[in-house]
Design a protein around this ligand. Structure first.
Ligand SMILES: [Zn+2]
Length: 105
């Protein structure tokens, strides 16, 4: 991958495929190593979160892998962030977790 893609503006541009980028960590800002970059991103938990992004720019194309360092426990049934998925009152019936639609990331 060309070095220009490691510049903050490029990383922010690529990250917009996931959500709104807010912050790059020091390691990424100081361009220490070019294996990965860490970006704080404001995302919509109701949207499908990709594991890869197709990046196309100036005739150069590549796939950027995406890893989520942390995601809040999100109940896809209630559409809410919950403290403990097993304690979702809507999803649980008599203390047992039921239904395949209730999942965390
Ligand atoms: Zn729930």
């Amino acid at each position: 991958m060309p070095l220009e893609y490691w510049r903050p503006w490029a990383i922010f541009s690529i990250t917009r495929g996931i959500g709104t980028p807010l912050y790059l960590d020091d390691h990424t800002m100081k361009k220490i190593g070019f294996f990965f970059s860490r970006v704080l991103v404001d995302i919509d938990l109701l949207s499908l979160l990709p594991n890869h992004l197709l990046v196309e720019h100036s005739g150069f194309t590549f796939i950027a892998d995406v890893e989520y360092e942390w995601l809040p426990p999100f109940c896809s049934h209630c559409k809410m962030i919950v403290q403990d998925l097993a304690q979702c009152r809507v999803f649980n019936v008599q203390g047992q977790v039921v239904g395949p639609q209730h999942q965390s990331f």
